[in-house]
Design a protein around this ligand. Sequence first.
Ligand code: PLP
Length: 381
Amino acid sequence: MTLTTEQKNDFLARGFSRRSFGRLATIFAAGSSLPFYNEFAFAQVAIDNRKLPPGAVKIDNNENPLGPCNESLEAMRAILPQGGRYMFYLPGELSELLGSQEGVSQKYVQVHDGSSAPLLQAVLSFTSPTKPFVIADPGYEAGSEAAKFIGAKVIQVPLTKDYAHDVRKMAAVENAGLIYICNPNNPTGTLTKKEDIEWLVANKPAGSVVMIDEAYIHFAGKDEHTSMKLVAQDKDVIILRTFSKLYGMAGLRAGVAIGRPDLIKKTRGFGINWNPVTSVTGAMAALKAKEVIPQRQKINAEIRDSTIAFLEKKGFKVIPSVSNKFMVDTRRPTREARAALQKDLIYVGRPWPSMPTWIRVSVGTKEEMEKFQAAFVKSFA
Ligand SMILES: Cc1ncc(COP(=O)(O)O)c(C=O)c1O
């Protein structure tokens, strides 16, 4: 593909050389087929991507075992026979609905097939060899892979002792291109106070953009903890939301980037796929179903907290979580610990190098967590 003059000027202003134009054009054109893409790609690195054996307990990718809510299922079933139509107006309806619920204009909401695409495109758009990508450690590292791919430096800032983002250290990174905050954080399941995020936005280097990934915010209390106010105030902020987690639609693909129109334009890269009518329709039905968030938040919290209480009673250290996953110290190297659990068909998350003996456990059904507990005690107690 050919770069426009505007694109070339943007790359030069970010510190890329003219020599890199060919490579950049290829990267941007590849869009969602990029090799470093998402949780799935990481899972491929950490475990193989074969279909898991029958009876496997799959608590490795922070999926929702409940799947889509009934309202979404009904709406998607009803729209299926019309699947021969593009229905170009549908994503606009989703933007309007989500925008009105969150107090921002429809123009601020860009619909994507999940939130991985806008995350990766923002890294490609706002970082460069002279504008680093700033992320917590441990953090959701998809963006780091994209940054490395285009030659941008990745600055990892350790979480504080309470497992929050260290906003002061993150704001101090000179000439940051994109500062990525995951709230609640993946893998730790911990919150960063919205006052601290506001401080970061007020004190970040001029010209840098703050991305706040709220993939898991529905589990923690969306209205209390969201940073949406910063978007409404037209700050240099992009918020990501996804329907993959609480709404149980990971395989169906729907997500949004929310921010000033000039910023969310950058999450589209060089174009965007038409959104599937099924997932957009399912997403709208989920947003209209008022009970879905409180019901699922409660189910998740009860199963999570009883599992954590069990592990703590057995003497294991667990990081307190407000999300649909938590980390526990197995006191064995993570790879070994995962292999031990896999013998009992329990599949947990990939390793994080800065937490070499911890595993990340996604919250499954009650029955799945009982199997996990039994296998855990057998291997590590
Ligand atoms: C923090 C975070 N952001 C984004 C994503 C991407 O999710 P999706 O592309 O399914 O919206 C994930 C997936 O696990 C995630 O953990």
